[in-house]
Design a protein around this ligand. Structure first.
Ligand SMILES: Nc1ncnc2c1ncn2[C@@H]1O[C@H](COP(=O)(O)OP(=O)(O)O)[C@@H](O)[C@H]1O
Ligand SMILES: [Mg+2]
Length: 340
């Protein structure tokens, strides 16, 4: 397969300093989307995350165990994400998206290749450095049910991260949980609820609040809207957009749906059978796809546009969503029951 089309690095990036505790929910000024870097002249420009030549194989199913071949889930994949940017990672089911996400999160060890976060090889982190990495890089999963303890109030689940990373005093943490709920569009009165009493959209907001609690620099969101109704998908996509604009947290947004990824991505990477076939600015990928597979994905966008989702990053031939004014987009989400 030919080398992937690659024009991701056509914008500058800066190395912002480590986040300081106590500035949770404040924007990373130096990492604002589409903004200028920190203004420092010259110096080395380094991506926040650099994945180089990643290979991951699994034992193939079937056949005799001692003859079993290995199935290549990731085949020399290289991507990078700059501070404050969102990379949409797309491809059909089984193309290796989640495997790549898990390698980035340090949850799956690659066979070869490297995952470099802020200059450090993720596979080699141990002890305090590994804990610090886990604070700085947070997952958001498709089904937050899986990551929320069903016996804990959702407020406690969000506070867990603050406890683990020993952020502030107990009173600070309580206040921060309420701030986080407010930030993700949830009524802070919901903190005492169990996950089972919330809607799918609310649970995903809790999952996002839990991810934000440790003030991460990179979020790996794996199909975060795929389990939601279309109208709720639009609300959660708007939330991702707002968080990107306000907090400047870099994101890898994994989805099988190009119609979703257009709303949140600065750049798009396309995986096909474990190979990266195309990567570049979202506008270019959506308007001028080079690879046949990307063209097929574009022509197969399966459903009408997400009504209510904010402006897609680029103007695309895919969708013409209803563009709501900012005031409407930041209004309380409609999936919040009126009874609380
Ligand atoms: N733990 C595992 N053991 C064996 N095969 C796996 C494992 N995880 C994923 N795979 C296989 O790797 C391929 C890529 O899976 P995945 O990364 O989950 O793809 P995607 O997220 O794009 O659907 C699939 O064929 C899947 O069956
Ligand atoms: Mg997956």
């Amino acid at each position: 397969m030919p080398a992937p089309t690659r024009d991701l690095h056509d914008h500058p990036a800066s190395r912002a300093g480590l986040p300081q505790r106590g500035r949770l929910l404040e924007p990373r000024a130096a990492a604002r989307r589409h903004g200028q870097p920190d203004g420092s002249a010259g110096g080395e420009v380094t991506a926040l995350l650099q994945v180089e030549n990643l290979v991951k194989t699994y034992p193939a199913s079937g056949g005799l165990p001692f003859r079993r071949k290995r199935f290549t889930a990731l085949d020399h994949v290289s991507i990078s994400v700059d501070r404050g940017r969102t990379l949409g990672l797309v491809g059909e089911s089984g193309s290796g998206k989640s495997t790549l996400g898990r390698c980035v999160l340090g949850l799956t060890a690659p066979d070869s290749g490297s995952v470099i976060f802020d200059g450090a090889d993720v596979t080699k982190l141990r002890g305090a450095k590994l804990s610090e990495f886990r604070r700085r890089v947070q997952p958001v999963f498709q089904d937050p049910y899986g990551s929320l303890d069903p016996r804990w109030s959702v407020g406690r689940s969000v506070r867990e991260s603050l406890d683990v990373f020993r952020v502030g005093t107990t009173a600070d943490r309580e206040q921060r949980v309420r701030d986080l709920f407010d930030r993700v569009g949830l009524n802070p009165a919901l903190t005492d609820r169990l996950p089972s009493s919330l809607s799918g959209g609310q649970r995903q907001r809790v999952g996002i609040a839990a991810a934000l609690a440790s003030d991460p620099e990179l979020i790996v969101a794996d199909e975060p809207v795929s389990a939601l109704d279309v109208s709720v998908q639009a609300q959660i996509l708007n939330l991702f957009q707002d968080l990107q604009n306000d907090l400047g947290v870099a994101t890898i947004f994994v989805t099988h749906d190009l119609g979703v990824v257009e709303h949140v991505s600065d750049d798009i990477a396309v995986l096909f059978h474990g190979e990266l076939v195309e990567i570049g600015p979202a506008d270019r990928i959506l308007h001028d796809p080079q690879h046949d597979y990307t063209k097929r994905l574009l022509s197969a966008v399966p459903r009408p546009p997400l009504i209510g989702a904010g402006t897609p990053r680029p103007t695309t031939p895919l969708a013409h969503p209803t563009i709501l004014p900012t005031s409407a987009r930041t209004a309380p989400a409609t999936d919040i029951p009126t009874t609380d």
